[in-house]
Design a protein around this ligand. Structure first.
Ligand SMILES: [Zn+2]
Length: 109
């Protein structure tokens, strides 16, 4: 794939709905055993603060199902704790937006 080609993926999260990922580039990476590989760089928006954050996958990934990376929904600063994930998971679907809003207030305050 050419580096300047824009690629968009939709990753479905059971707790956060459809999430958009933009492929923003690629870079060379040397693995621990010395192999040269290409990593794809992706960008998505944090579900807590709304700011874009980046993550990488192997360069040949082209669908959301190919990497667990696309299940990430927050930037580094707003990683969901297991307790918060559980609060969302075990809530009724209708209650989730309000719970997420409360988490946002706690995390951004
Ligand atoms: Zn964030």
């Amino acid at each position: 794939m050419k580096g300047n080609q824009t690629m968009i993926l939709i990753a479905h999260s059971p707790l956060h709905g459809d999430r958009l990922w933009r492929r923003v580039g690629s870079r060379d990476h040397t693995t621990r055993d010395g192999r040269q590989i290409t990593l794809a760089e992706w960008e998505s928006d944090c579900t807590i603060c709304g700011k874009p954050f980046r993550a990488t996958t192997p360069g040949n990934v082209s669908t959301a199902e190919q990497s667990k990376t696309f299940q990430t929904v927050t930037c580094e600063a707003h990683r969901m704790t297991p307790a918060n994930v559980a609060r969302l998971r075990y809530a009724k679907a209708a209650d989730r937006p309000a719970i997420l809003e409360a988490m946002k207030r706690d995390m951004i305050a």
